[in-house]
Design a protein around this ligand. Structure first.
Ligand SMILES: CC1=C(CCC(=O)O)c2cc3nc(cc4[nH]c(cc5[nH]c(cc1n2)c(C)c5CCC(=O)O)c(CCC(=O)O)c4C)C(CCC(=O)O)=C3C
Ligand SMILES: [Fe+2]
Length: 374
């Protein structure tokens, strides 16, 4: 897919930066404490989420997914003659990003490109990772080390390697539905709910407004996939963007409708079947395996609505090739070469460097890889 030269310079390493998850029952409480420190999550919500993890013996699927992605990216880069070591670090569980960045510093890396496991603009999916990078750099500086510069790849929800892979997943899911309900099946595009205020301020300050970049990007991805499905099947399936995994205190509004309420609404409208499309996520981690495959699937069964869940991109070779394309594109841009920047949908490729005020958090904190940070 990549038209770019295979030279990753000026970058000398790639960092896969993710959320992290527990590896066993004893890890669950400390993991949840890491995630929610200072974030005002009610105790009942934490106990409930803990139970989701215990259903899976305390093991989140996310770390294994990231190990596989790491392997797949390494193999793909090597197979295409791209000489770039790949590292992995997390926000909330080992390998912690600070330890990984220390290892990268000690290995002599000076300019690192970062791939985060979120495809969209939001505080949780973009700026918070940039804050993690800044905090890691500050820790290393305080240790007397000289950490590398850390840049971040642009949000990639509109890259063809992401959207085409999602589209094929929806086509495969539709094929799993009984033939008599397939043509009228509804597509429920699912993503993580976030506070309405965080959505409204997501993306660059100039684009803030109802739903912000977060909702706009998801709608664009969903519309593109729905259109591509229609082009492939000749059937225009009705669709909607819905939300899941709501957290936080009940008096603070979060994006709605929730997928479980949405399923009931579909049932009331005599919709014959639904495909849940996890467009907001890049792998089958807990929000997909529990919130969709367990909870929402149980609701669908209870109300007698045939439901299937389509695939996430995971380690699909087209997604892994998209990562290579994004890396080589960004390297070429850093060399002032004006490369082709692949993007489907209406907004075109997003910024490489987050502008000042992009996806603000509740408390201002230093963030790397933006116009306002190292
Ligand atoms: C936008 C978004 C993504 C998608 C982008 C991305 O992928 O980064 C995401 C991903 C994830 N969220 C995850 C887990 C959790 N998220 C929580 C809490 C929260 N998420 C939020 C947002 C997001 N979260 C928000 C606004 C909160 C409220 C607290 C706060 O403002 O920070 C909590 C606390 C308990 C709860 O309240 O649910 C947990 C345990 C896991 C790991 C899954 C696994 O273990 O496999 C993953 C990939
Ligand atoms: Fe989350």
């Amino acid at each position: 897919m990549s038209q770019h030269p295979t030279d990753p310079a000026p970058y000398d390493a790639l960092l896969l930066l993710s959320f992290g998850g527990p590896e066993g029952p004893d890890d669950v409480v400390p993991f949840l404490e890491n995630v929610t420190r200072g974030r005002g999550i009610p105790r009942e919500r934490l106990e409930e989420v803990g139970e989701h993890y215990y259903l899976f013996d305390g093991v989140s699927p996310i770390n294994e997914q990231n190990r596989r992605l790491l392997d797949a990216i390494r193999t793909d880069l090597a197979d295409h003659g791209v000489d770039l070591p790949v590292y992995w670090g997390n926000r909330n569980w080992p390998p912690y990003v600070t330890d990984t960045l220390r290892e990268m510093t000690e290995a002599g890396h000076r300019r690192v490109l970062t791939l985060v496991t979120s495809a969209y603009s939001s505080y949780s999916g973009c700026r918070q990772y940039r804050e993690d990078l800044a905090a890691a750099r500050d820790t290393l500086l305080a240790e007397g080390l000289r950490p590398p510069r850390t840049d971040k790849l642009r949000v990639y929800y509109d890259h063809p390697g992401f959207l085409d892979t999602m589209t094929d997943g929806v086509l495969a899911a539709l094929a799993e539905l009984p033939e008599q309900v397939r043509a009228e099946a509804h597509l429920a595009f699912c993503t993580h709910s976030i506070p309405v205020n965080a959505a409204d301020t997501s993306g660059p300050p100039t684009g803030h407004g109802a739903g912000g970049a977060y909702v706009a990007q998801h709608l664009e991805a969903a519309r593109h996939i729905a259109d591509a499905v229609a082009a492939a099947t000749g059937t225009h399936h009705p669709w909607e963007l819905v939300y899941q995994s709501r957290s936080g205190p009940p008096h603070i509004p979060w994006l709605e409708p929730d997928i479980c309420d949405h399923l009931r609404t579909l049932r009331d409208k005599d919709t014959p079947a639904v495909v849940m499309v996890p467009v907001g996520f890049v792998s089958d981690h807990m929000e997909v395996r529990y919130d969709l495959d367990t909870e929402a699937t149980a609701v669908a069964a209870e109300i007698g609505l045939p439901a299937v869940r389509s695939a996430t991109v995971g380690t699909d070779p087209r997604f892994v090739a998209a990562v290579r394309d994004l890396v080589l594109e960004r390297a070429a841009t850093a060399r002032d070469e004006h490369p082709v920047r692949c993007a489907l949908g209406e907004s075109g490729p997003w910024h490489d460097v987050c502008p000042v005020g992009c996806c603000p958090g509740r408390t201002p904190r230093p963030a790397a890889a933006g116009a306002d940070g190292p």
